[in-house]
Design a protein around this ligand. Structure first.
Ligand SMILES: *Cc1c(COP(=O)(O)O)cnc(C)c1O
Length: 532
């Protein structure tokens, strides 16, 4: 080749030019700091037609500035979620310790597939997984796990182990016409449908058990469903319990579910289903495991202390889980992707080994060095471990306790304020979490009374539809009228995860993720409701 571009490419793109990189990082950081001050405006965002019509790439070799220019408008047009007025859904700001970890990871770009590709980064993954396992399982002897791209995939690992447990060698022989089922609650995340579909069980065979008014799986219904399925000869591969439902923060009774599924499996002489816990959001409650309520060193509100007592009871039951989903990119305030799938007992990973013929024994060394032997993925990013260890050690356990308690206090305050308005009704008063779901009806209506009648089945369809329309209409009205400088953005859900009389209940929703969200934000939310 006579072309001399190769050397240019090496110099510009494969040689670390520190000052140039720092300058560009500096520009990106400066743009970040204008977030909320200079808004990019709606015009340049989400222009999908233009995006599709202009996919061209440069022909000639450019430089790092061309790289920056190619992405800058999109970076600029992406909301950074740092504003304390963001109370929508499960997405908070990522913390800067996580940024340090994630950047370090990107600079070396390790591949966790096998440790010869990454050396000590695999060791960091073991450390991060064990740190999280100790938090969630509390006392555990042989936890193991891996990071992957999201709670969906972590849940999928749990489901897959369950299939292998009740239908050995499904990995090699397929489902062979066996009738398989999975069980979740009606408050479960939709990712469980995804995995039921992708794993070949079929979404029709994923059974959603009704919840009680605290958004927890009803044990009587679970028992009936297990009896029904086992009598029909169906193999129940997994029960995926929810620990912190996405909308209302419902928490399933892990201890009771464990007992029930073990009893039923013994009675019908079938292998036990996998008890996987989807704690994608709720795992963070575990940081309060050892907070001493008596001493109350943080001086937590008297009204919030009982919430923490409840949390401590709930988190203790996690040790009965076979496996768990922990999304650090949610309430760990870490960067994507940082979801951990963790098993309580390492032997369970045996069910995922690619080819049992090729790996006839379950050798510890294989696990340590070659996660790819059992992972769904081949190449795997290390952002998770770097984000987790940088965040946990930067912010510290005590720091995480403070962050969580603040969020709990804000949720409790909003619940309290809203409960005072008779045309409003908080729908998750007793769930010990960081989300609030509630109704806002026109002034003059008695929300409590309407809810009671709904639960008892005394509302006609027409009445119900009218009330639900009003709730939605008032939400839309507030969204249209809101002043972006002072009014928080809220979410709306069409089904909170509790369906008395089979009715999906809509609600307004606020999620307390952002540590900057303070009392004044909540007072303003309440004012904006009163002004509707
Ligand atoms: C967010 C969420 C998921 C999905 O996790 P991703 O990381 O977004 O894939 C699963 N379960 C629950 C309860 C969640 O809140």
């Amino acid at each position: 080749m006579q072309d001399t571009t190769l050397q240019t490419i090496i110099d510009r793109f494969f040689t670390c030019n520190k000052s140039e990189l720092l300058e560009i990082f500096n520009e990106l950081l400066s743009a970040l700091q204008t977030d909320g001050v200079h808004n990019p405006g709606g015009l340049m965002s989400r222009n999908y037609e233009t995006a599709q019509a202009n996919p061209e790439i440069h022909t000639l070799t450019g430089n790092l500035r061309d790289a920056r220019d190619a992405i800058f408008p999109f970076y600029w047009g992406t909301d950074e979620w740092s504003s304390k007025l963001h109370l929508e859904n499960v997405k908070g700001p990522a913390n800067y310790a996580s940024l340090i970890g994630s950047l370090a990871c990107l600079l070396k770009n390790p591949n966790l597939c096998i440790d010869t590709y990454s050396q000590r980064s695999n060791e960091l993954e073991v450390k991060a997984i064990t740190a999280l396992a100790n938090l969630v399982f509390y006392n555990t002897d042989s936890p193991w796990g891996i990071f992957n791209m999201g709670g969906t995939i972590s849940n999928l690992y749990g489901g897959k182990i369950g299939i292998e447990k009740v239908l050995p060698q499904a990995m090699t022989r397929g489902l062979q016409g066996a009738r398989l089922a999975g069980i979740v609650s009606e408050a479960a995340h939709y990712s469980n449908k995804t995995l039921a579909g992708w794993l070949g069980i079929g979404t029709d065979n994923l059974h959603a058990i009704r919840t009680d008014s605290n958004f927890a799986m009803r044990l009587d219904d679970l028992e009936n469903k297990l009896d029904e399925l086992y009598r029909q000869g169906v193999r129940v591969a997994f029960v995926i319990a929810t620990f912190g439902s996405t909308d209302a923060f419902g928490i399933d009774d892990i201890d009771a579910i464990r007992q029930l599924i073990d009893e039923k499996a013994a009675a019908y002489q079938v292998p036990k289903p996998q008890l996987h816990v989807d704690a994608a959001v709720g795992w963070i409650l575990c940081v309060l495991n050892e907070y001493e309520l008596q001493a109350n060193l943080f001086g937590i509100d008297d009204e919030v202390l009982p919430v923490i007592e409840k949390i401590q009871k709930r988190t203790k039951a996690l040790k009965y889980a076979d496996s768990i989903t922990v999304d650090f990119h949610k309430m760990g305030w870490g960067h994507y992707p940082a979801s951990a799938f963790i098993v309580n007992r390492r032997e369970d990973l045996r069910h995922l080994l690619k080819t049992l013929e090729q790996v006839p024994y379950f050798c510890e060394a294989e696990f340590r060095h070659d996660p790819a032997l059992f992972t769904l993925e081949c190449s795997r990013p290390a952002i998770g471990p770097y984000s987790v260890m940088a965040s946990l050690n930067g912010i510290g356990l005590r720091g995480y306790q403070v962050l969580l308690v603040h969020a709990l206090e804000m949720a409790a305050l909003l619940k309290k304020r809203i409960s005072k308005l008779e045309y409003c009704k908080v729908l998750n008063v007793d769930t010990p979490g960081t989300t609030v779901v509630w109704w806002v009806l026109p002034k003059g209506r008695n929300a409590e009374d309407i809810f009671d009648r709904l639960e008892r089945g005394e509302l006609s369809n027409a009445e119900r539809e009218r009330y639900f329309r009003e709730i939605r209409h008032l939400f839309d009205k507030r969204s249209t009228d809101l002043n972006p400088q002072i009014d928080a953005r809220l979410s709306f859900t069409t089904a909170i995860g509790y369906s008395p009389q089979g009715v999906n209940i809509p609600a307004w929703k606020a999620v307390f993720f952002n540590p900057k969200t303070d009392r004044s934000v909540i007072e303003q939310v309440v004012l904006s409701i009163e002004d509707l």
